[in-house]
Write a protein that binds this ligand. Sequence first.
Ligand SMILES: C[S@@+](CC[C@H](N)C(=O)[O-])C[C@H]1O[C@@H](n2cnc3c(N)ncnc32)[C@H](O)[C@@H]1O
Length: 462
Amino acid sequence: MQQLSQEVKFNKELIKKYDKPAPRYTSYPPATEFSSKINKTEYVKKIIQSNERKTPLSLYFHIPFCENACHFCGCNVIITRRKEVVEPYLQHLYREMDIYKTLIDTNNRKVAQLHWGGGTPNYLSDDQTVELFKQIKSRFEFEPKAEISIEIDPRHVDRERIFLLKDIGFNRVSFGIQDFNYKVQEAVNRIQPEEMIFDVMRWMREAGFESVNIDLIYGLPYQTLETFTDTIEKTIKLNPDRIAVFNFAYVPWLKRLQRNIDEKTLPPPEEKLKILQMTIEKLTKAGYVFIGMDHFAKPNDELAIAQRERTLHRNFQGYTTKADAELFGFGATSISMLYDGYVQNYKILRDYYETLEAGNLPIERGVYLNEDDIVRRDVIMRLMCHFRLVKSEIEEKFKIDFDRYFGYELEQLKEMENDGLLILYTDRIDVTPIGRLLIRNIASTFDIYLRNKKERRFSKAI
Ligand SMILES: C[S@@+](CC[C@H](N)C(=O)[O-])C[C@H]1O[C@@H](n2cnc3c(N)ncnc32)[C@H](O)[C@@H]1O
């Protein structure tokens, strides 16, 4: 089979026609299908069953605290400067680990991936950081080449902290820039001087992290093609291994903080399209591979290699190379993803604490997957990660006749084929370069839950 083309060509009309709100498919079924009515003892059974598969572990620790409110923020955060909130939170994380420790067969299941996200994991002091890491290590064994990563807010970190993180075992870092332009930074309440960003990057390189990722967002207030071109040029100079260029998910009906942003200051769709086109052109010209959706990586980065070798996977943290690991999320709002079920922890800190103090897993809601969900998840994930779906792979794995099972969906895809977003071969579906930008919308054809939904619950793809 020929390699897929890397070139992305734009067509405004097509993007306008297809760019409808759709899930980001970091899971299928998407989190909007989570219900508080799930049977929690069933989840414990699922963990025990998952031990039999001996799958490696991916651990996520959510540190929800932030010192300042970024007005664009769509994450689950608690804004406070009262640092005394941290200690009780850590104590509850340890309790949560203790409960999981009685359920997960840690002798046969090693950690392949550990990620601290937020909020702001560097909200913790040096001592708290060292202690949390130690507590995790005392309960779980790590694979020798485990990926150990942390999200950093560059405004609250110094050289010593970065070296400390490397010393205790982190080998990857991700840090948020969002935009280099002062007016944009001011409008989203996140001022980060350029000099500081370059200092932080230099320290990370000196400390010797294996991979440094940076986050940008396009679609923020006052951004124009000109200002974002400058941001991209500076980012290229910064020379990270991976770059995430997120589309601003503006959902003020869900996220109160975003109500501080005046919709009239957001770049119009035409301008966003130009920004996206420039971003892809400049980053690919600078040698980055467009992984898909919103990710770019250097060709020798594991993410780019995994995509070439078709082993790339997606979970709640986005693209990942650890396809077979099962994700256990610790902390308020964290999500765990087993093979056939996802659960999410309580959002409200008090509920999270009280459930743990009663000796129970702090689960608020979730969804268990049926056979059809599992087949559809596989199809959606292959499209999202590889832009190609080989029908025989699905047929062999699930013992189904692809064309018969997905007759309705294949019929629906014909219009997208006529418009050049994909090619329907007898043995496979290939997504074209223009189709890649609308991959969420293409994948949503296979989403049974989206079929009868009319509400505007998701952000647009572009
Ligand atoms: C958990 S957040 C914050 C990481 C770290 N605390 C920091 O501020 O640098 C991770 C990333 O999500 C992205 N993000 C947050 N809200 C977003 C939104 N509404 N739309 C798109 N991307 C968003 C930002 O790029 C951010 O860096």
